[in-house]
Every structure is written in C-alpha cells, then in structure tokens.
Ligand binder design. Structure first.
Ligand SMILES: *Cc1c(COP(=O)(O)O)cnc(C)c1O
Length: 591
C-alpha cells in the first residue's frame, strides 16, 4: 500500500509493538524504562538496516508532567507535546473492531534514521477523530491513564489495530517474519494472528503453530500487580464476540484475563530482560521457559558529547560497534577526567539554576533517578542522616541528586517524593540533597553523564533489568547498586563499581532486616571505599571509571542486545518450530 523501498522482497523482518516508545526528549510518548528500551531498540534496528517497523499509541497528552509544590507534594499535569513537529499524518485511517462498533484510527508516522541512512518507521495510532464517539476519541490520549476499562480499550487499539495497520501497509501475516511484543500490553496481536489462522480454515493446533512461529514476547515485570488483568465481563463488553470466544482458558485466572498469560500462550519464545530476571519470570509463570536477553541502551543516544568526541578521537569504530569501547582502557586518565568534569559542571549548573540547593563541582556526587515506586526504595540512602553526615564530615562531603515521577494514583510513591523533598530542605552541611522535577530523557542524559557515582537500591528480584546504570557506564560513571537486574552481570567489585548488601539475599529476608543490612553496607562502602578513593586516590577512581566504560559500556548497549535477540530468539524461533514439528527437542546451547 505504501511504498517502502527499503523492504527487500516486501518482507518485514520485525514488527515491534510497544505501548510506549521514547524517541526524542520533546515527544512525550513514554513514561520510563519500557519506552526508552523500545526507542533504543528501534534505533538499533535502523543501524542494522533491518526491515522493521514500530507500532505504538499516540499518547497525545503524554504521561505526567511533574511539579513539586512548596510542601513537597507532587502535582501532575498533562504533558502536552506538539505532534505535528515530529510526526507526519498518513493519508488513510484504519478501523479497529470493538464489540458492536468500530473505532477509527488515524496513523502518524515517525522515521528513525540509522547511522547508515537505513530507515525504520514508527506508527502512532490516534483515535481522536470526529467520527468516533466522545469516549473513543480519548483512547490514545493518556499513557497509563484512566481505569482498567480504559487501559483494556487502549490495548485493543494497540494489538488489534496494530495488526490491521500492518495489513493495510501491505504486510499481511505471510509478509511478517516476527511480531515482537514489548510487554503484555500488545498480547492481542497474538489473538489477531490466531483468529486469522482459524478463519483461513486452520485447525486450532495449526493456528497455534502459526502463531508460535512468529510471535516473540518480552516480559519486563517481576511484580505480580504490574501485570495487567482485566475482568472477563469487561473483556466480554469490549472485544468482538468472535475474538472473545477464541481467548484461551490458560489466559484467565479468577475470572480475570491476564495479558501476560495471554502473551505467554501465544509466544514461540518468551524473553526476560536479564539473567536474574529469567529465573524470577520462570518462577512467576511455572511451565514457561524464559530466555534471557539482557537489556541495553543505544550508545549514540546516551553518550555525552564530551565522551562522544573522546571516543571518536581514540576509538572511531565505537559508533559502528560499541563493543570496541573496551579500548577506553587506553585513553589517558586526564582526558577522561576532563570530559567527566565538564559534563558534571553542566549538571551542577543545571541543579543550581533549577532548585534551591546549591551544589559544588568538587564534591563527590551520587545520582538516583528512576520511576518512583516503593520497591525501588529511593529513600534507603537517607535512612540515617546522622550517620551519613558523620561519614561526610570525617571522610569528605557528599551530594545526592534525586529525580523521578510517581504514577498519579500511587499514593505511597508520592509520599516518598515528599520525604525526599523535605530532606532537601534539612541539609545544608556536608551532605546536600537535591530533587529535580520532571524526570525525562533530557534530564536522564544530564544526570547519568554528570554525577560521579550512579546509585540503585531496589528490593531484590523486583528490578527486572534497570537501564539507567548502563547509560552511566557509557559515560564512565561507576555503578553502586544492590545485586539485582543487570548488575550481577556487569559487577566486578571495586573494578566496575560496587555492590550493596549480599548477593544471595533475596526476598526471603523480611523487608526490615533486608533494608537494615543494605543500609549498613551502603554506608560502609561510601565511608571505606568510595569517598576515600574519590578524595585521596584520583588515579584509582579514574581507573574504575574507565573499567565501567570499557567493560560495561561495551556490553550493555542495544547493539549487543539486538545481536542477542537475533542469535537467541529471532533465528532459533524458526529452528525451534521446525524441530518441534519433527518431534525433536533442541536444547538451546546459548541459554
Ligand atoms: C533510562 C530511563 C529510565 C529507566 O531507568 P531504570 O534504571 O531502568 O529505572 C526511566 N526513565 C527515563 C526517563 C530514562 O531515561
């Protein structure tokens, strides 16, 4: 239908579905890590020249624009952005079937251009059309907004609508090699494919085989409540009856449709986002085999201009393949330090201009920024401020910069922000604390490049992967973190950064005990290792910075991640299916 000359044989390698996609700081089409991963993945597809497209919702009013009032309470506003500035409207609409009606969608296109001029289009579905009823017009307005019913309708637009859009673009299922579902929100893609198979007279088993030969599902959520569940009665109200009747028994639990179970049911291969997460996901969903593909970040999006110039000077190949960042080990220390110091200066100036706290360039600075939720434990480092002050007085001063948004319905998270904010008012001595409003890609870029140490303190097994520490690594910023998510794979103690607490302590320890032990170890690491190194052994500190970039920047990027998807998932998907057909079971040697 549309001329896509870059698609050889008119076959699409990958149709990538995600509820949120983060492409540019000014496009508020994302809330956090899931969207950033989607955007970084699509950028890497473009670098590799894959015939790929991304499909998402317009999210016209964004997620949350965060303000903090004088008492520290988060005030959220819609996060307006100007779609015309970034997107082109395509000259057609599609119709998405709902029970008893169809919802029309306009389609907006964004083109990701890779390093070598290859293009990957991203399509944003938009229901704000005069022909739709008032409610339907709002369905692509608020990312993760509204109630469960609203989210169900959104997921119907994404899954059913995205599938129909591909067909309209000339990519019927026989022209699509892989449908990649980034999180369970897009599980209705599997249902569409199955239903189409049945309608072309395949028996149940053959239709499932067809679906399994094409659908890949990446799960991201180690927290049970994070998996979308919709009541059967709601699903019965919105899904066309024919599709509703095709839904498998296995996807329901206690009369709720679980989108993760639905996605699991339809997938040929299921992936988790770190090795530790693979285990967690397999425990959550017994009977499913989960392959881990550890996340990464797109190197050209997350490396500060200072480091880009430095890498260009010493390691020109790093742009093409960031695996070459191992050669950071050979860059002179003073040049690494100078690049870091000027990135830090930009950050400190930004903090001093935008908050009431005044930070200093020569003080060791920790950064902590992520979506605020209870399990990420943002206040862990603030547990015993007297002790922290004592350490800072004896060893050297400390600055901590926080940022992050709470979901407007998450009252506990909003309370955590208030607590941090109040602490920013209390300290003006050897420990200074700043909270920056409205965390987004722009601020994430400044923070991950500008602090001296990146901090992460999640409750164990709750961090599926975590990618902000990977952004820090690209900028030679070492990581200080609980051993969860990606960190057990990148951690070499005292070489690439530091651990907090024991590696094996899992959720068996009650929260209070675990919290206490982690605080003790965190303060110990600061007092005995990190601050002395920073203030008394600059060469030793720069060595760790270089190892962070050389060992972890070179590995925890989407270039390596997409190669892993190809070798561990996209390619084996084919062989796996044919092997099953032959009655042979193959052990994946790469797992
Ligand atoms: C990278 C990023 C995240 C994800 O960070 P985590 O470490 O996975 O929590 C979230 N939000 C923004 C704006 C980001 O840039």
């Amino acid at each position: 239908m549309l001329p896509l000359p870059w698609v050889e044989d008119y076959m699409l390698d990958i149709a990538y579905f995600s509820m949120e996609v983060a492409l540019e700081a000014g496009m508020h089409t994302y809330s956090g890590g899931l969207g950033v991963l989607a955007g970084d993945t699509l950028k890497t597809f473009a670098d590799f020249g894959f015939a790929a497209v991304g499909i998402t919702l317009l999210n016209e009013l964004g997620y949350v624009e965060q303000g903090i009032d004088s008492t520290g309470r988060q005030v959220s506003r819609p996060e307006l952005w100007n779609k015309e500035e970034y997107l082109t409207k395509l000259p057609f609409t599609i119709e998405v079937p709902f029970k008893g009606r169809a919802v029309a969608c306009a389609v907006w296109q964004y083109i990701v251009v890779g390093q070598f001029e290859k293009e990957v289009p991203v399509y944003f579905l938009d229901t704000h059309l005069p022909g739709n009823n008032k409610y339907d017009r709002t369905l692509t307005s608020h990312l993760y907004g509204g109630d469960a019913y609203y989210r169900l309708c959104q997921e119907q637009i994404l899954g059913l609508g995205g599938f129909i859009l591909l067909d309209k673009l000339g990519f019927g299922q026989e022209k699509v090699r892989i449908y990649h579902l980034n999180e369970g929100h897009a599980a209705f893609v599997g249902l569409s494919l199955y239903s189409q198979g049945r309608e072309s007279h395949l028996a149940d088993e053959a239709a499932i085989d067809l679906v399994h030969s094409k659908v890949v599902f990446t799960t991201h959520t180690p927290v049970m409540s994070g998996h979308d569940q919709f009541s059967s009665s709601d699903v019965g109200k919105t899904l066309p009856t024919k599709l509703f009747n095709f839904l498998p028994e296995e996807a329901f639990q206690n009369n709720q449709l679980c989108m993760t179970r639905l996605a699991l049911y339809y997938s040929g291969i299921v992936t988790g986002v770190a090795r530790s997460h693979e285990k967690t996901a397999e425990k959550m969903f017994p009977g499913y085999d989960v392959v881990s593909v550890t996340n990464g970040v797109y190197h050209l999006a997350w490396t500060h201009p200072n480091f880009k110039s430095l890498y260009d000077k010493y390691i020109p190949l790093w742009r093409r393949d960031p695996a070459f960042l191992h050669a950071v080990l050979g860059i002179p220390d003073d040049e690494i330090w100078a690049a870091h110091r000027s990135a830090k200066q930009e950050l400190i100036e930004h903090v001093n201009q935008t908050s009431s706290v005044k930070l200093a360039l020569d003080v060791c600075t920790l950064g902590f920024a992520r979506r605020v939720t209870v399990y990420k434990r943002p206040t862990l480092i603030l547990t015993d401020l007297k002790k922290l002050e004592k350490i800072a007085a004896e060893v050297g001063p400390l600055q901590i910069i926080f940022a992050g948004e709470a979901h407007p319905y998450d009252r506990q998270a909003i309370e955590l922000i208030r607590q941090i904010f109040q602490k920013t008012q209390q300290f003006k001595g050897n420990v200074k604390i700043a909270f920056l409003e409205d965390y987004g890609m722009g601020l994430a870029t400044k923070l991950t490049a500008g602090v001296d140490v990146w901090l992460n303190t999640p409750r164990r097994t709750y961090e599926a992967s975590g990618t902000s520490g990977m952004k820090a690594a690209l900028n030679a910023v070492p990581h200080l973190s609980v051993l969860d998510g990606w960190w057990p794979e990148g951690w070499v103690e005292g070489v690439t950064g530091w651990s907090i607490g024991s590696q094996i302590m899992r959720t068996e320890l009650d929260d209070q005990t675990g919290w206490g032990l982690d605080v003790l170890d965190l303060y110990y690491k600061l007092a005995v290792e990190i601050l002395p190194l920073y203030y008394k052994d600059r060469t030793g500190f720069v060595r760790i910075m270089k190892c962070a970039a050389a060992l972890n920047g070179s590995r925890f990027n989407t270039n390596r991640m997409v190669r892993d998807y190809v070798s561990k998932v996209y390619f084996p998907l084919k062989t796996k299916i044919s092997a099953n057909t032959l009655g042979v079971s193959v052990n994946d040697p790469l797992k």
